[in-house]
Each structure stands twice: as structure tokens, then as C-alpha cells.
Write a protein that binds this ligand. Structure first.
Ligand SMILES: C[S@@+](CC[C@H](N)C(=O)[O-])C[C@H]1O[C@@H](n2cnc3c(N)ncnc32)[C@H](O)[C@@H]1O
Ligand SMILES: O=c1cc(-c2ccc(O)cc2)oc2c(O)c(O)ccc12
Length: 363
């Protein structure tokens, strides 16, 4: 019998081994990173979550596939992927039919429904659209040349010219932003109700289809709101009680009100442009007790790994791919922009469970 000898592995080498093992696992996630977005988009387009919701309870594979008119064996693989990621819950059935499972909704699958109060479907459909995916292929060329912009390079127009000329994409974009407003505005009102105290009129600068103001006037019955955006966006905005839609250019003039609200707009522009927009907001509000409520990301540079930091950094990459000079800003960068626009002081408050902060600037 040969003697078996066990090699002793130095502690350091073991640590490196596990780092290697983690790296090897992590790199596969990058290699197939697009798969998650593609399969989730597929689930939204098929309407899997809606089918289960409309059924009023869990459904077997054959029930879902006959309701949606899908191939059962392909749908089975899609459901296996989605349940592995806890997007749907697989409940073993007692019978031998239908691959042995019923599928139920989860908090994640609710977010894939188009009409759910938590819906994120429109944002997923925007990010996975060929129009928004194509510019990512020009990212490295644009970073190294620092001359062209990924979106303009790909579509020969900037995002706003492109949406004005392409109504289908404009609808996709406005629906996605409405989904963002549905998520963020109730959280701002709940966490920061004092922002809306003492104002009778409020103008939303770059307010899209008016979703943000529809939520504000419902929650704050004393407020009359103006939803201000480009002509082609206002032309498509639905009528909303106590919300007046006004078309115009925020670089020229902003409609007058007691306060201005501006959400996910300044991150689309470079500092000089933000200063110009904020000056127009300052001119639109009273000098003595006016305020501008800015809802935007603040990037933390302190090296903290707070759970939303990764998403904020991804949004910064989205700004690089989809806008010419847009970016997410640190507090120091916000301080520069707000002070240069002539505001005397400002406060900053994080908004629970959203990537945004509420920055209130006073003239
Ligand atoms: C990223 S979206 C934000 C929409 C909305 N505030 C939200 O957070 O859901 C930016 C908005 O700015 C509008 N916008 C772009 N340029 C503008 C301009 N010059 N004047 C007014 N609005 C403009 C766009 O049409 C778009 O609705
Ligand atoms: O694709 C986007 C997404 C956003 C966005 C998503 C979530 C937020 O909390 C804020 C913003 O904003 C965009 C944007 O401003 C833009 O010009 C292009 C694309 C996107």
C-alpha cells in the first residue's frame, strides 16, 4: 500500500484560491449578463405575470402555455430560469401532469406587470429596446476619443431630437419615466412632506407626461400644478385634473409658480447647462419664500458600499451612453452647480428605498 501524503497549503495560497474561484464564478455573470434582461423582457412581452394574476392563483405550465398560446417545452425552460431567480415561485403539484409544478407570483413578478402599482415593466422595456441598447456598442470608442457621444453616434441625433422624431420611442421613454415617477414621488411625499408645505402652485420642469404632478395634487389637495415639458411630450400628455400642461423650453423660460420641482432632468446635462436651467427655475419662483425641489441621485465618494450605490453608479453609465454630457453627481458637484445658479442655501435628504435624494434649494 502506498503512503498517501497530504500537502500542507499555506494560508495565503488558500485565500488566493478562493479569490480565484470567486473571480471565475463572477466572470460568468458578466459573460451572460445580458441574459437576465433579455429573459425578463420576454416574460413581460408574453404577459406571464398578468396571466397568473388574472387566474387569481397559481397556474400549471400547461394552463399558462394554453392561456398565452406558447410552446410548453420552451415556456418550461423560461419558467425554470425565472423560478431559479425567485421571479416566480414553483410549487410542487401532487399530480404528474404539467411538469409537476404550479407557478405563483412573487414581489418581483408583480414588478413585471404593466399595470401594477409597483410596475417597473416600462423601464425594463426601455432599457432593453434596440434604440437604447445600440449606443452601448459605441461606449469604448467614445470614451477613448472623447469627441463623439454614443447615442448621437448611433442614431445621428441626440435623445431629445430622436424622441421628437420617433413617436413610438417617445411613448416608450415617457412610459418608462412615468414608472420612475410612480416609484419616486410617493416616497418623496412620504419622507419629505415639508417640501410641499406652504406652496399653492408648483411647476414640474421636464415633467414628462405629468405623472409626478398627478401624484402631488392627489396627495396635496391645496396645490395647483403645472407640468412643463417639450411640445412633442405635452402633445401626448393625458388630461389631469388640477394639472395644467405647458409646452416650452426650460433653457428659455420656466412658467412661474411658488416652487419648482425638477426630477431626473439635471443629470441629462453638463454643469453649464444645469446652471442655466436652475437660473430659469430661480427666475420662475418668488425671491423671498420660493424653493426648487431637485430629485436626483447623489453619488457617495466615501468608499461606502451602501446597497443603492451600485445602482447609482449604473445610472451614471446610462447617462454616459444615452446623453451627451449627462452624469450623476457627487455632493461637491451639486454644491458647485447650485451655488453657481445663484441659490443662497440648500438642504439634502435621502429618500427611503429610492436611488434619489431630495435637494431643496432656496433663492
Ligand atoms: C429623464 S426625463 C425625466 C422625466 C420626469 N421628470 C421623471 O423623472 O420621470 C427628462 C425630461 O426632460 C424633458 N426635456 C428635455 N429637454 C427639455 C427642454 N429643453 N425643456 C423642457 N423639457 C425638456 C424631456 O422631454 C423629458 O421629459
Ligand atoms: O434609461 C434611463 C433611465 C433613467 C432613470 C431611471 C431611474 C431613475 O431613478 C432616474 C432616471 O433616466 C434616463 C434619462 O434621464 C435619460 O436621459 C435617458 C435614459 C434614462
Amino acid at each position: 500500500m502506498g503512503e498517501t501524503r497530504r500537502e500542507t497549503v499555506p494560508a495565503l495560497e488558500k485565500e488566493e484560491d478562493s479569490e480565484e474561484a470567486h473571480a471565475q464564478l463572477d466572470i460568468w455573470k458578466y459573460i451572460f449578463g445580458f441574459v437576465e434582461l433579455a429573459v425578463v423582457k420576454c416574460a413581460i412581452e408574453l404577459g406571464i405575470a398578468e396571466a397568473i394574476e388574472n387566474n387569481g392563483g397559481p397556474m400549471t405550465l400547461s394552463e399558462i402555455s394554453s392561456t398565452l398560446g406558447c410552446d410548453p417545452s420552451l415556456l418550461n425552460r423560461i419558467m425554470r430560469f425565472l423560478t431559479h431567480r425567485n421571479i416566480f415561485k414553483a410549487i410542487p403539484t401532487s399530480t404528474n401532469t404539467s411538469h409537476g409544478y404550479s407557478y405563483a407570483q412573487t414581489p418581483l413578478s408583480h414588478r413585471l406587470m404593466r399595470n401594477d402599482k409597483h410596475s417597473m415593466a416600462a423601464l425594463i422595456l426601455l432599457e432593453s429596446s434596440p434604440v437604447m441598447l445600440a449606443p452601448w456598442h459605441s461606449l469604448s470608442a467614445c470614451v477613448s476619443a472623447n469627441s463623439d457621444f454614443p447615442f448621437e453616434n448611433t442614431h445621428a441625433q441626440d435623445l431629445w431630437q430622436y424622441t421628437a422624431a420617433n413617436p413610438d420611442h417617445s411613448n416608450l421613454f415617457n412610459d418608462a419615466m412615468a414608472c420612475h415617477a410612480n416609484l419616486t414621488v410617493p416616497a418623496i411625499i412620504e419622507d419629505y412632506s415639508e417640501a410641499f408645505d406652504g406652496i399653492n402652485s408648483l411647476v414640474d420642469v421636464g415633467g414628462g407626461n405629468g405623472t409626478a404632478m398627478s401624484i402631488v395634487v392627489k396627495a396635496c389637495s391645496w396645490i395647483r400644478a403645472i407640468n412643463f415639458d417639450l411640445q412633442h411630450v405635452i402633445d401626448k400628455a393625458p388630461e389631469i385634473e388640477r394639472v395644467e400642461h405647458v409646452a416650452g423650453d426650460m433653457f428659455v423660460q420656466v412658467p412661474k409658480a411658488d416652487a419648482a420641482f425638477i426630477m431626473a432632468v439635471l443629470h441629462d446635462w453638463r454643469d453649464e447647462e444645469c446652471i442655466q436651467i436652475l437660473k430659469k427655475c430661480r427666475e420662475a419662483i418668488p425671491k423671498d419664500n420660493g424653493r426648487v425641489i431637485i430629485a436626483e441621485v447623489v453619488i457617495d465618494e466615501e468608499g461606502n458600499h451602501e446597497k443603492l450605490k451600485d445602482i447609482r453608479l449604473m445610472l451614471d453609465m446610462v447617462m454616459m451612453a444615452h446623453t451627451n454630457f449627462g452624469k450623476e453627481r457627487t455632493l461637491k458637484e451639486w454644491d458647485h452647480v447650485i451655488k453657481m445658479a445663484g441659490f443662497r442655501t440648500y438642504t439634502v435628504k435621502s429618500i427611503k428605498n429610492t436611488v434619489n435624494f431630495a435637494i431643496m434649494a432656496f433663492p
